[in-house]
Design a protein. Structure first.
Length: 132
């Protein structure tokens, strides 16, 4: 059972929502996996959903699943587009990946925010919000 598996702590890998400007001058928003490890991570699975309230009550989004064969060391990969309409929700990301033969698994959350509350995400060289 999953509760019997000892998952090592995830460090140097995070999820971020980043804002870029497209060719029309409009804002484009995407979710990214950022790998700050000195090694590649493989078999990366990101399961995402959002809910209106932290306790799970209220409106909810559908659950999306994305798989990436590999995210190179000290790089990032685009996961999915995200609609700014869900920035006021609790956006949850379940991240699983392998480093070598070791399995890592963690639930990460981006709490509600507005477009005016962005921070610099150095790895992406853009504004957005990131998990710890």
């Amino acid at each position: 059972m999953k509760k019997d598996i000892n998952f090592p702590e995830i460090t140097d890998v995070k999820i971020a929502v980043g804002k870029s400007i497209n060719e029309k001058g409009e804002s484009s928003w995407y979710v990214y996996v950022i790998n700050n490890k000195p090694t590649n991570i493989s078999n990366v699975m990101v399961v995402s959903n959002a809910r209106e309230n932290e306790d799970g009550s209220g409106r909810k989004t559908s659950t999306l699943r994305h798989f990436m064969q590999e995210v190179a060391a000290n790089s990032f990969e685009k996961v999915e587009a995200i609609d700014p309409a869900v920035f006021g929700f609790y956006n949850e990301f379940w991240l699983s990946f392998y480093t070598g033969k070791e399995l890592f698994d963690k639930k990460m959350m981006i709490k509600p925010f507005s477009e005016w509350e962005l921070e610099e995400i150095e790895e992406l060289e853009m504004q957005g919000k990131a998990t710890d």
